[in-house]
Design a protein around this ligand. Structure first.
Ligand code: PBG
Length: 325
């Protein structure tokens, strides 16, 4: 027999050497929830192990991250008050802006990404301005642009629009350029599906108050070619990186986009993916670390260059230990 495929599997060092997929800590982004107020460190029931912090307690969490070797953070803000037009998203002293200023001051070595969306700030909980029963795309655009600029003014190194309004990357790029932020990149949530996997996030971010669903702006999960269309458009409008979200049920989309574009591709392993693993592990049904290792590597194998994950610290540790990577 000439072909003995087991030869390459016989030795752990050889298996590691011959690996096809390699992942590094520098590609990890950790999403973190910041709540307006003081002295807050609050467990998020739907996402065991994840917490909400106020700007004054946030530095502890950031230092822990930096110590684990995770260098990139993405902020989601939870304001004290919400209104019809989500003004907390773009006001100078909004919670995301407060958090960015505090973070930059306390732990300047990390890279800070602002999530640009209205849903945590609007009283109706949708990702834009409401007209009748629907979100008014074009009225929402200038508010997203203002939000992006105000986050960058507060210290964001990058902005990531997650609202799924048409044309938002173009208006954000233009507004950033006009404000002089020509070098600030945009990571667009380009292929973002209307997904039940966001359930726990909506509790975590306090954005579960909305009526109906987000199907008039987020994508239908039956569609694959549409993801290419969304990505093409966002790149044409000036996106520097594109994202596929969620990750685990969308590995085919990650691969599709990876083969289709020549910019870095990010995948977002969302709250529901995290919560399912945590719940199954807590019930003793699966081994948490092994499931995290395998599912994380599958996202990179599918084509992700960058991974946004609530398991970022655990993944960093596994890479340090040589368990994956
Ligand atoms: C805001 C936003 C959502 C997520 C990231 N940004 C929720 C949504 O679109 O309803 C989900 C992240 C997660 O589930 O971890 N638009």
């Amino acid at each position: 027999m000439i072909d003995r495929y087991r030869r390459l599997r016989m030795d752990e060092r050889l298996r590691d050497m011959a690996r096809e997929t390699r992942i590094g800590k520098s590609s990890l982004i950790y999403p973190i929830f910041v709540e307006e107020g003081k002295n807050i460190i609050k467990e998020i029931a739907a996402m065991p192990g994840q917490k909400r912090y106020s700007p004054d307690t946030l530095p502890y969490a950031l230092e822990e991250l930096a110590a684990a070797g995770v260098k990139n953070v993405m902020f989601f803000g939870i304001p004290k008050e919400k209104d019809e037009c989500g003004s907390g998203a773009f006001c100078e002293n909004g919670i995301a802006q407060q958090a960015l200023r505090a973070a930059k001051k306390a732990v300047p070595e990390l890279y800070y990404i602002g999530d640009v969306c209205m849903c945590e700030y609007t009283s109706h909980g949708h990702c834009g301005i409401i007209k009748g029963d629907s979100v008014d795309n074009d009225k929402t655009l200038p508010l997203l642009a203002r939000t992006a600029v105000s986050q960058v003014e507060a210290g964001a190194d990058m902005v990531a629009p997650s609202d799924m309004m048409d044309g938002r990357v173009a208006v954000i790029r233009q507004a950033l350029d006009e404000a002089g932020y020509i070098d600030t990149p945009i990571m667009s949530y380009a292929a973002k599906y209307a997904s039940a996997f966001y359930g726990p996030f909506r509790e975590a971010a306090g954005s579960d108050n909305f009526k109906g669903n987000r199907k008039t702006y987020q994508m239908d999960f039956h569609n694959r070619r549409e993801a290419r269309k969304e990505v093409d458009k966002d790149l044409e409008e000036g996106a520097d990186l594109v994202m596929v979200k969620p990750a685990l049920s969308y590995l085919d989309i990650i691969r599709e986009i990876k083969d289709h574009v020549n910019v870095p591709v990010a995948a977002y392993s969302v709250s529901g993916e995290y919560a399912m693993i945590k719940a199954a592990a807590a019930a003793g049904m699966v081994d948490e670390a092994n499931i995290v290792a395998e599912s994380t590597v599958s996202m990179y194998r599918a084509g992700a260059d960058i991974l946004i994950t609530y398991f970022a610290k655990e993944v960093a540790k596994m890479i340090d230990e040589g368990r994956i990577g």
